[in-house]
Design a protein around this ligand. Structure first.
Ligand SMILES: NC(=O)c1ccc[n+]([C@@H]2O[C@H](COP(=O)([O-])OP(=O)(O)OC[C@H]3O[C@@H](n4cnc5c(N)ncnc54)[C@H](O)[C@@H]3O)[C@@H](O)[C@H]2O)c1
Length: 371
């Protein structure tokens, strides 16, 4: 570290990279010293806005900067692994955007590279730091809901393909569609609140009925992103039924485009033997989003906790910095990111095979029921 109390950070990627700029900017222990991105105009604009002294184009140039302790990796999914690996080799800690990686192999190699180089690997599942999620997680851990035996997690958009024909809709660049983009967030929320139960089996289907017609683009995203194949190669809706080893079940849905009353809405609902909880967020709301269900003197009782709004990326960045400076455990860490990638991979495999997939206790290698 170049200075005992200040972590010098570089951010690679100038799209969602802005969330990291905003997040670190709230932390007096951080100095953002460099940005990198191929879209020079956008990066220079951000650099001026956040007073970042050095702007690079290629990520390798930023990683060669010895004045950097840690990097945020905010590039297309298939680049997470090569960029993170190069960052570890350059002696930097890494905070990577979700999903951890586009494939299980890349994710495993990232976790191994972090260990090999003795560096931290954090991942930006910022929604687990929402106040509603934290409350439900604490209630589940305290046993207030009893045995939670059923959960539903979903993220549904009416017209929300994030750039038709960009890297997002290119299978090799993204690793998949709304499941790996949005579903992975609510999967993490659900598993985090449930205390990270193991998944036993996955049965899933995916569809591309709307994107494949050239419909469903998120208004305003046309031309905003590049790096794709000008084709639609991924699903626009995924649905999965997961059996947990503890006997519980989880229903997961994710769509970028679907004919539904929802515009851009996600949530998780938990059903327990003594209580329930429902988080539903419309258009990214983080207050007024939680209902808890219980009994009071035998009467069915619904309660609505008063929530505080929180900047999720600021929480993620602060946890990452705490971990570098003080050894505070990362939440989430790379292993959890890898766990989610393995589940996503099993969902895609089940959809492709048209049958249930059995995951062993260690999540890998997955086996089909016929094995
Ligand atoms: N946590 C969240 O809520 C959230 C939200 C949006 C995106 N994301 C994630 O962030 C990542 C990036 O998504 P995005 O929406 O910002 O995409 P984007 O296409 O808008 O931006 C990608 C950035 O990566 C840069 N890049 C690509 N190749 C590079 C290279 N060789 N060297 C340097 N820079 C390079 C591009 O120039 C661009 O600045 C994805 O993994 C996505 O899943 C997360």
């Amino acid at each position: 570290m170049t200075n005992e109390q200040v972590i010098r950070v570089g951010i690679i990627g100038c799209g969602a990279g802005i969330f990291h700029l905003e997040g670190y900017s709230e932390d007096p222990r951080v100095k953002i010293v460099a940005l990198a991105g191929l879209d020079t105009d956008r990066c220079e604009r951000l650099g001026r806005q956040f007073d970042v002294p050095r702007i690079y184009r290629e990520y390798q140039e930023l990683l060669a900067d010895n004045d950097i302790d840690a990097v945020s990796v905010v590039v297309p999914n298939s680049l997470h692994y090569p960029v993170a690996k190069a960052a570890f080799e350059a002696g930097k800690h890494v905070l990577v955007e979700k999903p951890l990686a586009g494939t299980v192999g890349d994710g495993e190699a990232m976790v191994a590279a972090a260990k090999e180089h003795g560096k931290l690997l954090g991942i930006a599942f910022q929604r687990r730091w929402r106040h509603d999620v934290q409350i439900v997680r604490d209630q589940v851990a305290a046993g207030s809901l009893g045995d939670v035996y059923y959960a539903k997690a979903y993220w549904m958009r009416r017209q929300g393909i994030p750039g038709w024909g960009s890297w997002f809709t290119n299978k090799a660049a993204a690793g998949g569609g709304p499941l790996i983009d949005l579903g992975v967030h609510v999967l993490d929320m659900a598993l985090y609140m449930l205390g990270n139960p193991k998944i036993a089996t996955v049965s899933a289907s995916t569809y591309d009925r709307i994107g494949s017609q050239g419909k469903g683009n998120w208004p305003g995203t046309a031309g905003a992103r590049t790096g794709g194949s000008s084709a639609y190669e991924v699903e626009d809706l995924a649905t999965a039924f997961l059996r947990l080893e503890n006997g519980g079940t989880l229903l997961l849905e994710a769509a970028w485009a679907a004919y539904t009353e929802m515009t851009d809405e996600f949530g998780v609902q938990l059903y327990g033997s003594n209580g329930g909880a429902k988080i539903h967020s419309k258009d990214y709301a983080d207050v007024g989003t939680l209902q808890m269900f219980s009994d009071v003197a035998g009467a069915a009782t619904d309660s609505v906790p008063r929530l505080q709004s929180r900047n999720g990326h600021a929480q993620i960045c602060a946890n990452f910095v705490d971990s570098i400076l003080n050894g505070t455990p990362l939440s989430p860490d790379g292993e959890e990111g890898l766990d989610r990638v393995r589940i996503i991979d099993a969902v895609y495999r089940s959809a492709e095979l048209g049958r249930e997939i059995v995951l062993d206790e260690a999540f890998a290698p997955e086996k089909t029921v016929a094995d």
